[in-house]
Write a protein that binds this ligand. Structure first.
Ligand SMILES: Nc1ncnc2c1ncn2[C@@H]1O[C@H](COP(=O)(O)OP(=O)(O)OP(=O)(O)O)[C@@H](O)[C@H]1O
Length: 592
């Protein structure tokens, strides 16, 4: 019951998932605050006990009063201990809840941020979530609540005598100043150390991902040296931060001892000159101890507080790039099919005036297949990526059934086969089903479509066979077929295939032609980027690209008639490995 996060109607609407999660924690945090208030109130008990002993017990010499007072104070100490344990347990569970609640949003935001080209921040932001949980769970949090009571203890000192209050307040301010100074002098080195450490982790992750290449090319030592240098930089900067911090903190201990001596001296002077009860010496010492303790503890946990604040800021920043809510796939599938419209699409790199794609416009009906051909570097793959929604165009737009298709906003299931096939997933099933918990029958259908079902069934665990190293163990042709099965999986509305037959043999290419025909029959719009003419037999339209622009577009027959030579059409599917396949594409722009 304690952990049921509250979200009451009096709270203003939260804008980000981080704010929403923190608002939801308001109730449990309030409870921790209440426990802390009770705990700190109970800390006054020993001082009152001392005053009572001096004022009542010693004068009356009453053993019963002493026993009663001692029992009451013992009870407050026990209750205080229980409250302290309760608030720590509550914070522990709250930290875990906060992390679980935020993880999906933070992961989505990290991946989106990587997609938008700011991938360096992603792993760090993901680690920040753990840092935030660790801070909430740590003892630093209760100390913050305790520190709120420092003014109350100082007030009591002022009430006893302004001189005692002044000594206590000066001690607190000086110790707090030392803490701030410690943070300021280490800020720069700590930031540099964190950046170098992130760099070394990033390099290690990249090295692990490319370990075969690194070993084969003899780059192991060089890679290890780079990572080592980054780690050394990180340690050097963190040593620098630590030594600066320790120098500043050298002042903290004597300052603490001095404040105690001054407090006792001032209290004793008040007893001598102003006839105050000797008990105020003990009360003053106890109260100043209580006022200074949270500040002193905060010195120890200042670092974790500062780091938690930085982690919070980074998380808040990364969560602003959350992907737009996915369009409802059900609604998308109910939309009337009107086809694909590529409207004056242009693409240029940031800070450059060089257009990689220029004024590309065409439209395709549902169930039509377009072949994109052209010389190397003409922009075929880039156009495929823009149509598939992997890259947003800087000019123009791509509409699928009258809905913006850029960055996957159409809500449709899209199929994409990249040139460099990266098979993500632990098993064959994962790879084809795109890591989804999909109907096994649909996975089998996709595998059958590209003709690899029998080969999969011959594997030791069929579709559950583990695929190590992203499928690098498989032949290129087999990986290409797995990539195709993944692209065709789940009846996609739009399929973009970049060089789908580059590694296929003659039989594989025939199967691919059949698969594309089936996709067309299911009303999918299919785009094929290719250098090899055989696959063009499946196309209804062909676009020829040159220098980022479409220089010819039309019905396949017409394009073959006007721009490509007949013999290749006649063969329909040529034997694989025909290097002269693009030889008939005109080198000079030809206007349709
Ligand atoms: N991320 C990028 N940054 C800068 N330039 C890029 C980027 N991606 C592609 N290019 C450039 O855009 C141009 C078109 O590249 P693209 O890969 O689309 O060519 P292509 O026609 O598919 O070539 P190929 O047939 O060899 O695959 C090339 O000059 C390429 O160098």
């Amino acid at each position: 019951m304690l952990m049921a996060p509250l979200r009451t109607s009096i709270l203003p609407p939260a804008r980000t998932p981080l704010e929403a999660a923190l608002w939801a924690c308001a109730g449990p945090f309030g409870l921790v605050f209440a426990y802390s208030c009770s705990y700190n109130l109970l800390l006054f008990a020993p001082s009152i006990y001392l005053l009572q002993i001096y004022d009542r017990v010693l004068s009356s010499r009453s053993g019963d009063t002493l026993l009663m007072l001692t029992l009451i104070v013992a009870l407050t100490v026990v209750v205080g201990g229980v409250l302290d344990a309760l608030r720590r347990a509550l914070l522990g569970r709250l930290g875990a809840w906060l992390e679980d609640r935020l993880r999906p949003s933070v992961l989505a935001a990290c991946l989106e941020s990587a997609f938008r080209g700011d991938g360096t921040q992603s792993p760090e932001a993901y680690r920040d979530l753990t840092a935030l949980r660790q801070f909430v769970e740590s003892g630093a949090c209760p100390l913050l609540f305790d520190a709120l009571w420092t003014p109350s203890f100082l007030c009591v000192l002022f009430l006893v005598h302004p001189l005692l209050g002044a000594v206590g307040a000066c001690s607190v301010v000086l110790l707090f100043g030392v803490t701030i100074a410690g943070d300021l002098v280490t800020e720069d080195a700590t930031a540099k150390s964190g950046a170098a450490l992130s760099r070394s982790y990033g390099r290690l992750a990249a090295a692990v991902g490319n370990i075969h290449l690194i070993r084969a090319m003899g780059m192991l030592d060089g890679t290890a040296r780079l990572i080592h240098h980054d780690a050394q930089d990180a340690r050097r900067e963190s040593d620098l931060a630590l030594s600066r911090y320790e120098i500043v903190m050298l002042a903290a201990k004597p300052l603490r001892a001095l404040s105690q001596v001054l407090m006792m001296g001032a209290a004793a002077w008040l007893v001598l000159d102003y006839g105050k009860s000797p008990a105020i010496i003990f009360v003053a010492t106890l109260m100043s101890g209580r006022a200074i303790a949270p500040v002193e503890s905060a010195i120890a946990s200042w670092k974790s507080l500062a780091m938690a604040v930085k982690a919070y800021r980074r998380l808040a920043a990364v969560l602003t790039v959350l992907p737009p809510a996915r369009a409802n796939a059900k609604v998308a599938s109910q939309r009337p099919l009107s086809g694909l419209v590529v409207d004056n699409v242009g693409l240029k790199l940031p800070g450059s005036n060089n257009f990689l794609l220029k004024g590309v416009s065409f439209s395709l009906a549902p169930g039509e297949c377009l072949g994109i051909i052209g010389p190397s570097g003409s922009g075929k793959s880039l156009l495929g990526q823009v149509i598939a929604g992997l890259t947003a165009p800087t000019h123009g737009r791509v509409l699928l059934d009258n809905t913006d298709a850029s960055l996957g906003r159409s809500g449709y299931r899209l199929g994409y086969l990249p040139q460099d096939i990266n098979l993500l997933g632990e098993t064959i099933n994962d790879i084809i089903a795109r890591l989804d918990d999909a109907d096994p029958q649909k996975v089998v259908e996709a595998a059958r479509l590209v003709g690899i079902h029998d080969a999969i069934m011959r594997m030791p665990q069929a579709y559950a066979t583990l695929v190590p190293n992203g499928g690098l163990v498989f032949s290129r042709g087999y990986r290409q077929r797995l990539g195709l099965a993944r692209a065709f999986f789940g009846n996609p509305r739009l399929v973009v295939l970049d060089e789908p037959n580059a590694s296929l043999d003659y039989a594989g290419e025939r199967v691919l032609l059949d698969a594309i025909e089936q996709m067309k029959m299911a009303n999918a719009t299919v785009i094929v980027v290719t250098h090899r003419m055989g696959i063009l037999a499946a196309t209804d339209k062909i676009a020829i690209m040159e220098g980022g622009a479409v220089i010819a577009f039309g019905e396949s027959e017409e394009i073959f008639e006007r721009h490509l030579s007949r013999p290749q059409v006649a063969s329909q599917v040529e034997p694989p490995g025909n290097a002269s396949a693009t030889a008939n594409i005109p080198a000079q722009p030809v206007r349709p």
